[in-house]
Design a protein around this ligand. Structure first.
Ligand SMILES: Nc1ncnc2c1ncn2[C@@H]1O[C@H](COP(=O)(O)OP(=O)(O)O)[C@@H](O)[C@H]1O
Ligand SMILES: [Mg+2]
Length: 258
């Protein structure tokens, strides 16, 4: 990939508005992400971060505005549409099935109906899922340990890793992570941040949302700040101090203690 190519936005959102009844949750937001770029999306509670990324991942459409991928307008009618365009999302809620093993969770919703059957074919399929899960985790250079363990027996960090692995199975171009570390211990958080850096090296674009600004600043190349549904900042991470980011998040007039 040429340098110029690397800097052109892979995905672009233009003039995005969203209303929830009387709540104007997004007020004409522009947002873009390049390949291999980690964009930290920050803002106070209710600023519109999740709403923006839900639109980007096809959960619901914008009321106004457009989305372009590689310069071409797209319309997502569902998360499946967004996935088909290469956009995957990992949410804070660890949507794993506790009584399924690691491969079962990675391939959840993708595996043919064979799984769970007792036929020889089902058994062969299970073996293949195990091998593919192992290969995928090796590619990501993460170690889950015993892949036959049930998700319910794993730590928060292992569970989040599986959720990320599941999102990466289809080799997305863009991975959206909404508070991926919210439920994690310090050490586990560090592993997730390491994984983000590895994905960046693989030229995947990443949107990283966290209310822990230190984490965002530790991984992001660029930081976008939302306040009350408006974009109030878009800076290279190296040129923004955390204190200034906080000021932009809470706004000039308002007291941060209120
Ligand atoms: N499904 C929804 N129905 C009604 N209001 C919503 C819904 N989702 C978000 N909102 C409202 O939109 C605003 C932005 O919320 P959200 O995008 O979740 O913010 P953030 O993720 O930055 O905390 C808030 O006022 C929130 O209450
Ligand atoms: Mg949110």
């Amino acid at each position: 990939m040429s340098e110029e190519n690397g800097k052109r936005p892979w995905v672009e959102m233009r003039g995005i508005h969203k209303w929830f009844g009387g709540v104007h949750a997004l007020k004409g937001v522009d947002f873009h992400v390049c390949r291999g770029e980690v964009v930290g999306l920050i803002g106070d509670n209710g600023a519109g971060k999740s709403t923006l990324i839900k639109i980007l991942s096809g959960v619901f459409p914008p009321d106004k505005g457009e989305i372009l991928i590689e310069g071409k307008r797209v319309r997502f009618r569902s998360p499946r549409d967004a996935k088909e365009h290469g956009i995957e999302t990992v949410y804070q809620e660890l949507a794993l099935v506790d009584n399924l093993d690691v491969p079962g969770n990675i391939f959840l919703g993708r595996e043919p109906a064979l799984v769970g059957g007792r036929s020889l074919l089902a058994l062969l399929h299970k073996g293949r899922m195990m091998r593919e899960a192992r290969a995928l985790l090796e590619r990501l250079k993460v170690n889950i340990g015993d892949l036959t363990a049930l998700a319910g027996e794993l730590s928060g960090g292992q569970r989040q890793t599986i959720a990320i692995a599941r999102a990466l199975y289809t080799e997305p171009k863009l991975l959206i992570m909404d508070e991926p570390t919210a439920a994690l211990a310090v050490q586990e958080t560090r592993k997730v941040l390491d994984l983000v850096r590895k994905l960046k090296e693989r030229d995947i674009g990443i949107v990283f949302i966290s209310h822990t600004l230190q984490e965002v600043f530790a991984v992001a190349d660029r930081i976008v700040i939302l306040r009350k549904g408006e974009k109030v900042g878009d800076f290279p991470a190296a040129e923004l101090a955390i204190d200034d980011a906080v000021k932009l998040m809470v706004g000039g007039e308002e007291s941060p203690t209120r």
